[in-house]
Design a protein around this ligand. Sequence first.
Ligand code: TMP
Ligand code: ASP
Length: 255
Amino acid sequence: MSRRRRIYEGKAKILYEGPEPGTLVQHFKDDATAFNNEKHDVIDGKGVLNNRISEYLFNQFNQIGIPTHFMKRLNMREQLIREVEIIPVEVVVRNIAAGTLSKRLGIEEGTQLPRSIVEYYFKSDDLGDPMISEEHITAFGWATPPEIDEMTALALRINDFMSGLFVGIGIRLVDFKVEFGRLYENELMRVVLADEVSPDSCRLWDITTNEKLDKDRFRRDMGGLIEAYQEVARRLGILFENDRPEQSGPVLVKS
Ligand code: TMP
Ligand code: ASP
């Protein structure tokens, strides 16, 4: 593994050179960070679950004509992806007030929003991903107006699709973050979904109990993160025995 050329290392993932030109290997680490790296921990098994959940979702997106960088899962922690030029804009879609929206605007967490709200953040660890508007994106040349339109339309389609998918398994999609990249094919350039979509990048609440099944468990020191991610995978029908970290004692079997 160490012989492969490392292209990029982020907080939760590493990108290696892929087997063919124009491909990369995306490796999911167990590292969890929050609040711009202020909080950091290693959570055994998180990378395996995110790899599996993101694979499942990206396959679904590809099938409904949402273009993505995803090609196939290679092993427990890695997937083969197309090399893209990442657009430095994080697109957040919100359905229910939570997190920084609640804090910024004083809206109680859990309040249904009048409609889905799209926000943009500048992808910069040094600056802590500040919120930006379309004006900043075009003025500083991070993306063109047609690219912004494309990212926004795709993010809203992803929102509609995932909201339905998760409701079907008793989960409310509160909000999520996506990233896009430019895929160059022959003379053409397409904007495609990149990065990952997983409980690290979504807020997922159980519909009946409002229990958090996402990274807020880590951000808010609630514990039980792996169990929550396993529950999401289980409900999606993609939890395999090997994905479970070593069990050290009796396991409570839920009915
Ligand atoms: P926020 O409420 O902290 O702004 O987050 C909104 C959604 O975006 C939430 O589902 C978490 C996700 N998110 C990321 O995945 N990465 C990030 O860097 C940020 C700021 C948010
Ligand atoms: N992903 C960001 C960080 O690691 C923020 C977050 O998810 O809370 O700092």
